[in-house]
Design a protein around this ligand. Structure first.
Ligand code: BTN
Length: 262
């Protein structure tokens, strides 16, 4: 892949500027640097390999050469309401989930807030990094990592959750760049209705563990156990505690796991 070929594959999408790297520290880091140069809304950074790919909670994201997709989209504040920022993580996860379902016939689901699972194993992570100045947002970077070929699956010791990849789930090889194009197509279309109820319903409707017992793990706090009810309009998670009380959680440094009550 090179920039010219990427531009032609993505030509019919209404993106801003585009950058392609064979090797990069992190597409999110590059997007943050690029924002300073004033690149337009919906500019895209793609890397074949990341040497310092970032995951949530300061974790690393494994991106060896030629095996996965790693890309970041720059969103400009004039084009997006601050109130929609908490929904961006859902936007990335929903776009991947819907493409895997519709185009690849995979039973993909979203593990709130930012993971896409197939068969209970993670194959996509989303990391949104926003630059706030007080209550004002200066820019947001929406980064998505998709495990495509088996080489992109992290060793068990490095994974925060059991992992898989699209090709293993499908049982056959796929074209990475077609997957990228389809994910971006759905993402751009969903971005237009990100502030609508329909968007929230689609995100919620694809959540794994609906009505099931789950535990929320937070650094330095006791796990919270309850039944997963759904989402609030800001994308926070609704849960019912064992005593019936309804509680809410913002994404932040939270990890969701299924809980076996037996
Ligand atoms: C997670 O599951 O912890 C989120 C992982 C996000 C990884 C992607 S890969 C493209 C973009 N660039 C990064 O450095 N991270 C995100």
């Amino acid at each position: 892949m090179d920039l010219h070929a990427l531009q032609s594959i993505l030509a019919d999408l209404h993106l801003g500027s585009m950058a392609y790297f064979n090797v990069l520290d992190s597409t999110n880091a590059q997007a943050e640097r690029w924002v300073e140069d004033g690149v337009p809304h919906l500019s895209l950074v793609v890397a074949d390999e990341q040497t310092a790919g970032r995951g949530r909670s300061g974790r690393a994201w494994f991106t060896p050469r030629g095996a996965g997709l790693a890309f970041s989209l720059i969103l400009r504040p004039e084009q997006i309401e601050s109130a929609s920022i908490p929904r961006l993580t859902g936007l990335g996860a929903l776009a991947v989930c819907e493409v895997l379902q519709r185009e690849y016939d995979l039973q993909a689901q979203i593990k709130w807030p930012n993971d896409v699972l197939v068969g209970g194993r993670k194959l996509t992570g989303v990391l949104v990094e926003a630059d706030w100045q007080g209550d004002e947002i200066r820019s947001a970077v929406l980064g998505i990592g998709i495990n495509v070929a088996p080489d992109s699956v992290p060793p068990e010791s490095e994974a925060d959750f059991p992992a898989t990849c699209v090709e293993t789930a499908l049982g056959s090889p796929i074209d990475r760049w077609t997957l990228l194009r389809e994910v971006l197509r759905v993402l751009l279309s969903r971005l237009m209705d990100i502030d609508q109820d329909e968007f929230l319903q689609a995100w919620e409707g694809n959540l794994v563990y609906q009505r099931e017992w789950v535990q929320l793990l937070r650094e330095g706090s006791e796990p919270v156990i309850g039944r997963l009810l759904g989402l609030r309009s800001d994308g926070s998670l609704r849960m019912a505690l064992p005593n019936g009380e309804e509680v809410f959680f913002q994404a932040g440094e939270i990890h969701l796991r299924k809980f076996d009550r037996s």
